[in-house]
Ligand binder design. Structure first.
Ligand SMILES: [Zn+2]
Ligand SMILES: [Zn+2]
Length: 131
C-alpha cells in the first residue's frame, strides 16, 4: 500500500522523509474524517458522506512548488458525486504559490531538483511499507 522514502541531495545536506500512497484509514470517507485536519475540508467531507453515487480518491503525495521547488508531502483528496466534485488544494508554505492540483505518488531518483541548492537531482531511498 503506502511507501516511505528518504529524499537526499548529494550536493548539499538536504534530506526529507516522504510518505506516499494510502493506508487502511483512507478506505472510506468516514475513516478519513477521523484524522483529516483541515476544518473547511472536514465540513465538505461530511457533506459528501451523505451524498449519493459518490466516489473519491485519497492518498499521500508529494507536491512540488513550480516557483521555488519546495516539497510538500500532504494528503490529496478528491471527491465526486452526481452533482459536484471537490479537490483539496495547498499553497506553498514558502512562497505562497498555488501547488499543483495533483501531487506525485510515484517518484524515483534523478527526478526531482533539490529545493535547497538546486544543483542536483535528489536520490530516493525507499525504506519501508506503511499502512
Ligand atoms: Zn542540494
Ligand atoms: Zn514555493
Amino acid at each position: 500500500m503506502g511507501d516511505a522514502c528518504t529524499l537526499s541531495c548529494g550536493h548539499c545536506s538536504f534530506k526529507q522523509d516522504v510518505y506516499l500512497g494510502f493506508g487502511f484509514r483512507y478506505i472510506d470517507l468516514v475513516s478519513i474524517l477521523e484524522w483529516y485536519e483541515v476544518e473547511e475540508d472536514r465540513q465538505i467531507i461530511k457533506e459528501f458522506i451523505n451524498e449519493k453515487e459518490k466516489s473519491f480518491e485519497c492518498f499521500d503525495g508529494l507536491y512540488i512548488c513550480h516557483e521555488c521547488n519546495f516539497l510538500l508531502n500532504k494528503v490529496y483528496l478528491h471527491m465526486k458525486s452526481e452533482t459536484r466534485s471537490y479537490t483539496n488544494s495547498y499553497n506553498c508554505p514558502l512562497c505562497r504559490t498555488e501547488m499543483p492540483s495533483v501531487p506525485l505518488i510515484n517518484i524515483q531518483s534523478e527526478m526531482i531538483d533539490c529545493p535547497d541548492c538546486k544543483q542536483e537531482k535528489l536520490a530516493v531511498n525507499f525504506y519501508m511499507d506503511w499502512d
